[in-house]
Design a protein around this ligand. Structure first.
Ligand SMILES: *Cc1c(COP(=O)(O)O)cnc(C)c1O
Length: 396
């Protein structure tokens, strides 16, 4: 079955990804660009995204060593940082990590383990400046720096921290406190590093966008690489702080196909729990996605999909593998029609008509933010949860 025929399809736009990288290259020309591709590239598919970006970014960031190994099979050269929890329980197979893969270290204990078991492994020391998740601080940080100063042969290549709430606020005083703490550690770390040159970094998407002082040697861009704003607050801050708002292009469209259409009379119950009752005669379409595919149950009776360019409301509960939508107002809706679960409709009324694609007037869209708002979550979670088994295709 060719991709265009398959019932499920997640389209990833190579040109959107490239354009988003360019936005950051222009914004932070003096910083290296790390494409954060952890968690299956935020649901966009690690393989496709690495295929699209290989050779165009300076670093890749992943969560775990298995992700680093998967990435290495596709791209042999670009440096990779494993940013998740690198406890030795999770790293016992890492005496010799793949070429060009560095790990993040947060404790004296882990440094001792590296010296004893993986003495050539490259690592970045993480400093906790106020997120209280990973990273060394206080006496532990002092111990790390003393330990490293005394061991010039260890392959220490970077220093990093991570902000707690840049995307949650428009007042950045907490982030500036964190940055201040980090600046003092940078001095001490450079002294302890001696001849070793450290890549120093702190900024994820939101600080890279709106806090120039946080860009440092490298920016670690995840959500906005995929064309999404970290939050509305970040967008508002960018509006007020930058000369012009960077144009981020969402890289993902999530599609399925109508598999069944039937008429239902007024008063019909739809879905488990009979939570929806049709007020009038209508036609409904059944789509083969549910919460197993990543279409959240919290969207029951709330969201809509796009069929033939028109909005079709989800009726009743989202089940494990199916939803039912109202197509009473969409003439001709029939099995085989494309349904857009996330992303923009194509402009034409017929799903295969791509002619007017450039004309954006009146084109319906379901954004990751729309779905996030309906279930009280964030766009990060919406895209990351699209089931990994649905086929992704790289376009343009
Ligand atoms: C996930 C992650 C990022 C990327 O964050 P975005 O907000 O998606 O850009 C950056 N740094 C670290 C340490 C991360 O874990």
């Amino acid at each position: 079955m060719s991709h265009s025929q398959s019932i499920h399809r997640v389209e990833i736009s190579r040109s959107a990804l490239e354009s988003n990288v360019r936005v950051f290259r222009e914004l932070a020309p003096d910083s290296l660009f790390m494409a954060v591709v952890k968690s299956n590239a935020y649901g966009h598919d690690l393989d496709r995204v690495v295929e699209a970006l290989s050779g165009k970014v300076d670093w890749f960031g992943v969560n775990s060593m298995p992700e680093a190994r998967r990435l290495r099979r596709l791209d042999a050269r670009t440096p990779v940082l494993v940013m998740g929890i690198n406890a030795h329980e999770l790293m016992s197979d890492v005496a010799a990590p793949p070429e060009g893969v560095a790990v993040v270290v947060s404790s004296p204990d882990m440094l001792e383990w590296i010296e004893a078991r993986a003495p050539t492994t490259a690592f970045h020391l993480k400093v906790d400046t106020g997120l209280s998740r990973l990273g060394a601080k206080g006496a532990d940080l002092d111990a790390c720096l003393d330990f490293l100063a005394a061991r010039p042969a260890l392959n220490w290549t970077g220093l990093m921290t991570h902000f707690a709430n840049v995307e949650d606020v428009t007042d950045q005083s907490y982030a500036l406190e964190q940055l201040g703490r980090f600046q003092t550690v940078i001095q001490r770390a450079r002294a302890a590093a001696g001849e070793r040159r450290l890549v120093v970094h702190a900024a994820a998407s939101a600080p890279a966008l709106i806090l120039p002082a946080a860009r440092l040697d490298l920016i670690r861009v995840g959500i906005s690489l995929y064309g999404l704003w970290p939050s509305n607050e970040t967008r508002l801050s960018a509006l007020s702080r930058l000369d012009r708002l960077p144009e981020l292009k969402p890289a993902l469209r999530w599609l399925t196909r109508v598999v069944h259409v039937h008429g239902v009379p007024a008063g019909a119950k739809v879905g488990y729990g009979c939570t929806y009752q049709t007020p009038a005669d209508t036609r409904v379409a059944t789509l083969p996605v549910g919460y197993y595919e990543g279409y959240e149950r919290g969207l029951s009776n709330r969201s809509h999909v796009l069929i033939r360019g028109r909005r079709a409301r989800v009726l009743g509960r989202v089940s494990m593998n199916m939803i039912v939508v109202d197509v009473g107002h969409i003439p001709g809706a029939s099995p085989g029609d494309e349904a857009v679960l996330l992303g923009r409709a194509k402009s034409g009324v017929a799903p295969d008509d791509q002619k007017g694609e450039a004309a954006s007037e009146g084109i319906e869209e379901v954004s990751a933010e729309d779905l996030a708002e309906l279930t009280g979550t964030i766009n990060y979670e919406v895209v990351t949860r699209i089931a990994a088994h649905l086929p992704r295709v790289l376009l343009d």
